[in-house]
Design a protein. Structure first.
Length: 276
């Protein structure tokens, strides 16, 4: 499977919600053992995950463990040895050293790090560059960051994200691209606002994100559509690739009446990869 477009969170202690998540069209499901599961329910959540039958197709299965240093981490990691999962989602990551520390305990299991949930994390977004790393994706979160900063709101008077959170989002995007891993946009909290989700997801795709976190199955179709290249996008990308294949020594070419150069070729190849 190529990079997941939709990453759907589901509380790991709710069999009803897990069933709905598994019935969705999400590319990846994140079984959450952290924020959405109360301390008294964490053991129950692990037991539910242990009982899920291994699947051969469908969405990737990921588990959001509790943070490094948490009293629950040891039991979370034991679960990974007894339940089928594709990868680990690490919350409250603060730098590349956290990925190294986790990988030493889990081997080569892929890691998706949520990288903007603490104040210190904003200063470490370049530290994830490591060609030997198990890291495969980075996403950002505003809820935990606002709590860490003592903020009373994440938005301005117009309802838009305040500068600090827009900065966190941009740093996540740049940090992920610098590390050569998938940049994943954060959650859109109002799952009933389909129009707002569509606008945010399409904006994220234009900026360079290739996937988005979801908190409700109803968000999945909108996210998948936003991150799936249209037929026109694919046709234009194919034309660019074909033009450079026909003229491999050219630096600049005309395609569909517009001048394109090597950066356009790189982007065209990305579009074709995502279309597959």
């Amino acid at each position: 499977m190529t990079e997941p477009r939709s990453w759907l969170f589901v509380p790991a202690d709710s069999e009803r919600k897990i069933t709905k998540a598994l019935e969705s069209e999400a590319d990846a499901i994140i079984f959450d053992l952290e924020d959405s599961v109360a301390p008294a329910q964490k053991a129950t959540a692990r037991n539910i995950l242990k009982g899920l039958p291994k699947h051969s197709n469908g969405p990737e299965w990921w588990v959001r463990i509790n943070p490094l240093g948490s009293e629950y981490l040891k039991d979370d990691l034991k679960l990974l040895g007894s339940a089928y999962v594709h990868g680990i989602v690490l919350p409250k990551a603060e730098g590349g050293a956290d990925i190294v520390q986790l990988a030493h305990r889990t081997g080569n299991i892929p890691i998706h790090a949520i990288v903007t949930e603490t104040a210190a994390s904003l200063f470490g977004l370049l530290s994830y560059r490591d060609p030997k790393s198990a890291l495969v994706a980075m996403s950002w979160g505003a809820e935990d960051l606002s709590a860490a900063l003592g903020a009373s709101a994440k938005t301005d008077a117009d309802g838009n994200l305040s500068f600090t959170y827009r900065l966190a989002r941009s740093l996540c995007l740049a940090g992920a691209v610098a590390a050569g891993v998938q940049p994943v946009d954060g959650v859109f909290a109002d799952f009933k606002d389909t129009k707002g989700l569509k606008a945010e997801a399409e904006a994220a795709r234009r900026e360079g994100f290739t996937g988005k976190l979801a908190i409700h199955p109803d968000q999945v179709a909108v996210i998948n559509a936003a991150f799936t290249p249209s037929a026109d996008d694919v046709a234009h990308a194919e034309a660019i690739v074909a033009a450079f294949e026909a003229h491999p020594d050219a630096g600049v070419l005309s395609v569909d009446g517009k001048m394109v150069d090597r950066p356009h070729l790189v982007q065209a190849r990305r579009v074709l990869e995502r279309s597959r």
